[in-house]
Design a protein around this ligand. Structure first.
Ligand code: AHR
Length: 349
């Protein structure tokens, strides 16, 4: 049962709070100037949030990618007033200190649930402890945290990033075999996502495990390109100027891939299964699936951003006093030229 329903706390929208302060201040000034009758605005005019709604504070880590925008939309479309929720949404703009500040503000506002997507894995113990002391359940989405006490959060929903990395490696192996290249040296570069993030850690480790089974795979360099198109392009340009004969690009998200494709073309090279550089990407957003269907991207490992409904189901269970699992994995698959076009039709992101 949420605190909103038990009435243990009184919560006010921040806009209403500011408006209330302004109105109160105005009344004070007017009373001082006129010394006569003014409408009594000193009474609390703030609009209380509907006591029947569940208040959810969400700290999103940023808006660096198409995937992230879709993830945000999935959350915002789920936690609506019509569905019985009051959503407080904060975008941390890729800064952990902003996320910690948002979490503390949710705690001081005594929200019913905290939902957050941690930028990186380390450094959350203190604020999670504060949430526990305030009795607020924390649901992690997308990425994980590394804590001394894993019971500091109630549940996690997201992707099996390690498996995604393995799927990328296995798909590459299949294509190289089809091309009869299993004996020749394959020169690989890897664009990684945000350093220290679960997505980058898992995808790197999963791919490395498969790479380790192939003596002919030579990883020339793996570099942090921050999950953005701009950094993906910049790093790919540098890699192309530094290494000759790159055969394969593993790019840990579609945005970095879009940037890297620009760099490859600018260098007079052709990306593609039958081109100069084979590209394997992650996320499988609509624009990338189109490139997969054209054979520009050889394979795209899906990362499913539609997590809003999963979070809602967990909250509903908690509200009903039912037990919840600690980990929920979203469904994902690999897209190649065979199935990309069909999937594209249903993609809204
Ligand atoms: O954590 C998920 C990753 O973060 C997605 O692959 C990427 O696009 C996003 O920025």
């Amino acid at each position: 049962m949420s605190r909103a329903k038990t009435g243990k706390r009184r919560f006010f929208g921040r806009g209403a709070f500011a408006a209330g302060l302004l109105a109160g201040g105005l009344a004070f000034v007017l009373a001082g100037c006129w010394g006569g009758y003014v409408e009594d605005l000193s009474e609390d005019t703030r609009t209380p949030v509907d006591e029947n709604r569940i208040v959810v504070g969400v700290s999103q880590l940023g808006s660096e990618s198409v995937w992230r925008t879709a993830n945000t939309a999935s959350i915002q479309e789920t936690f609506t007033r019509e569905n019985g929720y009051f959503l407080i949404f904060e975008n941390a703009r890729q800064k952990q200190e902003n996320q910690i500040r948002a979490l503390r503000s949710f705690i001081s506002q005594r929200v019913d649930y905290i939902v957050f997507s941690p930028l990186t894995e380390e450094g959350w113990d203190t604020v999670l402890q504060e949430a526990r002391e305030a009795g607020i359940p924390v649901i992690l989405i997308d990425r994980k945290v590394r804590t001394a006490d894993p019971t500091l959060y109630t549940a996690w929903i997201g992707s099996d990033f390690y498996n995604e990395g393995r799927m990328a490696g296995e798909t590459l192996a299949q294509y190289l075999e089809q091309q009869g290249r299993q004996e020749e040296t394959v020169r690989i570069v890897v664009l990684q996502g945000t350093e220290g993030s679960t997505a980058a850690i898992g995808r790197t480790a999963g791919f490395k495990e498969v790479a380790g089974l192939h003596e002919n795979w030579l990883i020339l360099e793996q570099v942090d390109a921050e999950f953005t198109a701009a950094k993906g392009q910049e790093e790919m340009e540098r890699l192309l100027s530094q290494y000759e004969d790159i055969d394969v690009l593993i790019s840990q998200n579609d945005d970095m891939t879009f940037g890297a494709l620009e760099a490859i073309r600018k260098n007079g090279l052709t990306p593609g299964t039958d081109g100069d550089i084979m590209v394997i990407s992650f996320d499988a957003v609509k624009d990338a699936l189109e490139l997969v269907s054209q054979g520009v991207i050889t394979a795209d490992v899906e990362c499913n951003p539609e997590q809003g409904q999963y979070i809602r189901r967990i909250i509903e269970k908690l509200e009903a006093g039912e037990p919840v699992a600690r980990l929920y994995f979203v469904e994902e698959q690999v897209y190649t030229q065979e199935n990309a076009a069909e999937a594209m039709e249903e993609r809204w992101y």
